[in-house]
Write a protein that binds this ligand. Sequence first.
Ligand code: ADP
Length: 198
Amino acid sequence: MKLILLGPPGAGKGTQAQRLQETYGLIQLSTGDMLRAAVKAGTEVGKKAEAIMARGDLVPDEVVVGIIADRIEQPDAKKGYILDGFPRNVAQAEALDKMLAGKGTKLDAVVELEVDDKILLGRIQGRAAQTAGGPRADDNADALAKRLKVYHEQTAPLVAYYKKQGVLKGVDGMKDIDDVTRQIEAVLGLGAKKGKLA
Ligand code: ADP
C-alpha cells in the first residue's frame, strides 16, 4: 500500500505515520526527517537545506524528488510506504506520479489531516518544549508563520489535485490521537488487517 499523509505543519502526520508503521509494517518516509538527518550529518544536501529549512521555506524540488526516488528503490520500501511531508507542491506531486507510473504502480490513497490554523501554533510550541536535545530550528513562531503560508500557497492545492484523481480521503485531525488513528484505519478499510500489510 502506498499512502500520502497530507496536512499543515503540526497536523500530526509524523505521529500517525509512526503508528501505521508499527501496526501495519508500512515504512514511514518523512522528507523532513531525512533532511534533518542530512543537516546533522553535514552532507552536501544538508548544507544546501539547513538555512532554507530554518526559515520555513521549501528545499528545491530536485533535492527532495531525488531523495524520494532513491528511497523508494530500497528493498524495505518495495511493498509499501507512507509519505510524510512529500509531495509539498504540484511539481513534486507530478514528479511522484511519473516515478510511480514508470514502475507500473500508483498511489492507493492520500489522507488529509484537517486541522484549523488556530490550533497549530499551540501544538508546535508544545512540540518545541518536548523535543529531546532542544527544539527544531523551525519550531518557532516566525518559521511556523512562514511554513503555514507556504502550506496554504503551495501544498494545499494538492487537495484538489488528489481529489481529481479520486484518491483523497479526509479525516478530522483535531480529535485526539487515537481517534484520528481510528478514522485513518476506517477510511483506508484497515480495521481487520493489523500486522498483515507490508
Ligand atoms: P512540518 O510538516 O512540521 O512542517 P517537516 O519535518 O515535514 O515539517 O519539514 C520541515 C522542513 O523540511 C520544511 O519546512 C522544508 O524546509 C523541508 N522539507 C521537508 N519536506 C520537503 C519537501 N517535500 N519539499 C521541500 N522542502 C521540504
